[in-house]
Design a protein around this ligand. Structure first.
Ligand code: ADP
Ligand code: MG
Length: 288
């Protein structure tokens, strides 16, 4: 059984295991993953003994301050950068390279600047040599879904940050990947745009039943979005807590249950933030 802690109205479950869940529900499995950068004295252990099981359709946030290995873990799941030790599987198959089952959305807008909105969205489908009619239909539908139809012929440089991220999301959705990996995708947006894109993402997630791993260092964002929040420690990155969020959506950040969870997560993250700041201080000392 999982250990459940009842904190006022918030049900917090630590370290969920497979108990009570069917094995085939597990879609992404991270087993004994270590990641080291560099060799010998200057080696950095970015990830240490990460074990995670993520179910089909789960919305998981990786939360932690800068430098705790969130991007490293996401890139390992994406197949961009393999772990030094351990194993990652998706649907039982080893991850050895990027694949069409995993779409990635980055913080910086990874759009082609010389392509219009429409061309950017259609690009992956064209690469897959899909029939033209299908490309047209899918691209049109996605532009509607993400409210981009009036911007179809614009170039990325003429779009706001929020619009560009809509295009980046549409581009990943075009490929129909069951898994979306998102690395601080809304980190550079202003608060209102960010909230509207969070709502958009939740709508898409619910409608298309995607599995989402979403990296953020914002506690609020993680509570607003996730079914489950994985709190990571700062260097080496380990799983500090695995917290299930049982608050009904849409979530209201002014409510007590939201704030209780926020307090709890803040206490966990603060300790890691302090360790990060200490390291920064040491580095500044070395430089100075
Ligand atoms: P986060 O995304 O949580 O901010 P990262 O995954 O980017 O953290 O980095 C985790 C740690 O690994 C950091 O200490 C970082 O300096 C180090 N690191 C990340 N990528 C590399 C790399 N390519 N080479 C060397 N060190 C790296
Ligand atoms: Mg990062």
């Amino acid at each position: 059984m999982r250990e459940a802690v009842r904190k006022d109205n918030v049900m917090i479950m630590e370290a969920p295991t497979l108990a009570g869940r069917q094995r085939q529900d597990v879609q992404i499995k991270v087993e004994g993953v270590h990641k080291r950068f560099g060799t010998a004295e200057d080696a950095v252990t970015a990830l240490k003994d990460i074990n995670l099981e993520i179910s089909d359709g789960e919305f998981v946030c990786l939360l932690g301050p800068s430098g705790c290995g969130k991007s490293t873990l996401l890139n390992a799941v994406a197949g961009f950068s393999p772990p030094t030790e351990g194993r990652i599987t998706v649907e039982g198959k080893d991850v050895v390279a990027p694949g069409p089952d995993r779409g990635m959305v980055f913080q910086e807008y990874a759009l082609f600047p010389w392509m219009t909105v429409r061309q950017n969205i259609a690009f992956g489908l064209e690469l897959q040599k899909r029939p033209l009619a299908e490309i047209d239909e899918r691209t049109e539908a996605l532009m509607h879904k993400l409210k981009l139809q009036d911007f179809r012929d614009r170039f990325p440089k003429d779009l706001s940050g929020g619009m560009r991220q809509r295009v980046a999301i549409a581009r990943v959705l075009a490929l129909n990947s069951p898994i979306m990996l998102m690395d601080e995708p809304f980190g550079a947006l202003d608060a209102l745009t960010r909230r509207s894109l969070q709502d958009e993402l939740l709508r898409i997630w619910a409608e298309l039943k995607k599995t989402i791993i979403f990296v953020t260092h914002s506690i609020d964002e993680s509570i607003y979005l996730a079914d489950r929040i994985i709190v990571m420690t700062y260097r080496p990155g380990t799983v500090k807590a695995d917290v299930r969020v049982e608050i009904e959506r849409p979530r209201d950040s002014t409510r007590a249950e939201f704030n209780d969870l926020k307090k709890y997560l803040t206490s966990l993250v603060m300790k890691e933030q302090e360790r990060f700041a200490e390291d920064e201080g040491k580095l500044a000392g070395l430089r100075g």
